[in-house]
Design a protein around this ligand. Structure first.
Ligand code: NAP
Length: 353
């Protein structure tokens, strides 16, 4: 136990914080030693503060930890995994970074900051170099810094797009999402709004998908990230599903390619986490399904885990190809993504001692 790297968790009581604790319970490298949340939870034991929402039981050794307020001075660790409400994150994450902590964040607050890498290690590992540029600014002047993972609907999309962008170039992307309720945190969407219903609006979600995708697929230059020229149009819907974001995607390629080439590019896609065999890395980031009516959230979200399931890959009469994808929003879309980023930084020797 003592040889593990101690980590703090900001927003430990929320949906994503709970997933983080669950994933960290048996983690070979990291040990959560400091849990923090809002004033509502501060001073309570974790079991009193968190409304535990996972099917897996709350790991007993975390139940009695006292939840702290979000003050850097009370946090003994250099590495902090953050799953804060976005408004709180905008204030708290920079304060932790400025205090010398490396913040590995799930929230949108710093994702589009020009010096903050928006990382999917299979897709844009070279963007990690941005971290060096934080050293002279507010975030990194005391040896801390911040990295982020994308929005829960963006991550499934960029993992599916990356092999197409690399292999053939991507001119245009049109995506429509059907997003699970757990993506809205707890208590999330009121039951009377969502039961038997589809809500065709999620505040700021379409803008996030469009801008984050272009940043992640963008190029690192001396002046920062140059966003990819790919045009992206997103339409986002909240549906009455517990976990798992489904997306229907149409793509126009720059270089024409046959269906078999596209299929092979997606199925063969691998990245640094697979090379390094990181503990949370899926063996295969993209899994292609053959059944005509899959993926489906009820049957496939849990088994997707850290992979993205892609089904119904076929020619598109308007663009070039279209397909359906499913990714688990609180695993690959949040807690698992942050943990994978932490593992990858550790494997690259980039975590503060
Ligand atoms: P959530 O269930 O609402 O949890 C929010 C967490 O932030 C709770 O621990 C809460 O503590 C804490 N918090 C709120 N205000 C705070 C404050 N002023 N000071 C300190 N802590 C505060 O939300 P979530 O779904 O876990 O999402 C967490 C973050 O991840 C959000 O930024 C979200 O956009 C992002 N994200 C979520 C998903 C997803 O699928 N759910 C996916 C990707 C990214 P209390 O319990 O004490 O209120």
């Amino acid at each position: 136990m003592s040889s593990k790297i101690p980590v703090g968790i900001l927003g430990a009581t929320g949906i994503v914080g709970q997933r983080l604790l669950s994933l960290l319970d048996q983690h070979p490298w990291f040990e959560p030693v400091w849990l923090a949340a809002s004033e509502r939870s501060e001073g309570k034991t974790y079991v009193e503060a968190a409304r535990w929402r996972l099917a897996q039981p709350l790991p007993a050794r975390f139940a009695g930890l006292t939840v702290q307020g979000p003050e850097p001075a009370t946090c003994p660790t250099r590495v902090v995994l953050a799953a804060l409400d976005a408004a709180a994150a905008a204030r708290i994450e920079p304060a932790f970074a400025a205090a010398g902590k490396l913040v590995i964040s799930n929230s949108s607050a710093l994702r589009m900051h020009p010096e903050v890498p928006l990382l999917v290690p299979e897709v844009n590992p070279e963007h990690l170099q941005l971290l060096e540029r934080q050293r002279t600014g507010e975030l990194g002047r005391r040896g801390g810094g911040a990295i982020t993972n994308p929005n829960c609907s963006t991550i499934g999309l960029v993992l599916a797009l990356a092999p197409l962008a690399r292999g053939f170039g991507l001119r245009r992307v049109q995506v429509t999402t059907m997003q699970a309720i757990s993506g809205a945190g707890y208590p999330g969407v009121a039951s009377l709004d969502i039961l038997g219903n589809v809500v065709p609006y999620i505040a700021n979600e379409e803008e996030k998908m469009e801008s984050e995708t272009r940043k992640i697929l963008g190029r690192l230059t001396r002046d920062g990230i140059e966003a990819a020229a790919t045009q992206v149009s997103a339409q986002c819907n909240r549906v009455a599903v517990e976990d798992g974001h489904m997306e229907t995607v149409s793509v126009e390629l720059e270089r024409k390619a046959g269906l078999d080439e596209v299929r092979a590019a997606m199925a063969g896609f691998r990245g640094r986490p697979q090379e390094l065999e990181l503990p949370t890395a899926p063996a295969q980031p993209l899994i292609l399904l053959e059944a005509a009516d899959r993926p489906q959230p009820r049957f496939d979200a849990e088994r997707a885990g850290m992979s993205v399931l892609v089904g119904r890959l076929r020619p598109c009469p308007v663009f070039d190809y279209k397909f359906t994808l499913l990714s688990h929003n609180t695993l690959r879309g949040a807690a698992g993504a942050a943990l994978l980023n932490a593992e990858w930084l550790q494997a690259e020797g980039r975590l503060p001692a």
